[in-house]
Design a binder for this molecule. Sequence first.
Ligand SMILES: [Zn+2]
Length: 347
Amino acid sequence: MFELKRIAGGLAFLLSVLLIIPLPAIAIQWGPVKVAGREIWPGTNLRFPYGSETSFESAYLDAPVFVARGSRAGPALCITAGIHGDEINGTEIARRAFSWIDPTLLSGTVIVFPMVNAAGVRTGNRYMQDRRDLNREFPGRSNGSVTAIVANTLFTEIKRNCDYLVDLHTGSFSRSNHPQIRVTSKNPRALDIARHFGVGIIVLSNGPKGSIRREASDAGIPSIIYEAGEPSRFDLEQIAAGVRGIESLMDYLGMSESSNDLRVPESNIYTKTSWVRVPAGAGGYFFPTVELGQAVSKGDRLGTIIDPLTDRLTAIEASSSGEVIGMAAAQIVLSGYALVHLGVAHR
Ligand SMILES: [Zn+2]
């Protein structure tokens, strides 16, 4: 009996040693993070310009970087916004999400690139200074065009530092998107974070080649896009939904000291979407008759185009049953212009 007690006591001692030893080991490993040449220490945050060099050419690397290094170990969540300079909802989501983080209560690291195309954000321009689309140039090249160099610089940081990526966008060219997440179906972990972002609509697509989401996914980083609203306008509701999404994701990833309910929110997942376009020769004044988020049946009227010189009316009808997830504002349109984006209902 005495012998048994000794063995049990020994085992208990061994267990306690095993439990105690790893804790300081983790604490020692959790030091500063290095982003764009700067060290950010646990329990602190820092906002700084990406480039510190002063030269005519380096001005295009003037994008800001925000880093919060948590007091405790955890994953690295990266947020990019303003890759298209006129998509300003994302820049405000990124700013709010970062400014509400207390690094002393954070587990892990949040790295925010709130205005990747900084010149485009200042001037309301989707494209880069060399008139290229930055979101078709990733992973970029160190000896290419200005856009390729910026893409390469950002992508190098993403690959080095990020465990997860959220890229923030809006519709383009006078079109507005109902809040939605886009994610590849190839990476279950990415779909998992898409669900926990919790905006209710998920579109499964790999994204265009050269987009940061697709290239980061292909490099093994679970990545999603949050799309909400239209270019050049702040939409406060959609901004708030984006910030809530980032906070839900941080809760799910164990980064915040939150007691929020961690149930997976319900989502409509669309494996297929389709654009209803202006029929050939039917350009004119477009007046939509549906709203974002509206359910439609095949053949329903989505809007009307009036030829202002002949008064001829063209009815625009739903090509399939589903939900309006994106649409053009009332405007002048020409043949082939994308008018209404439908999330196609499952049969
Ligand atoms: Zn965009």
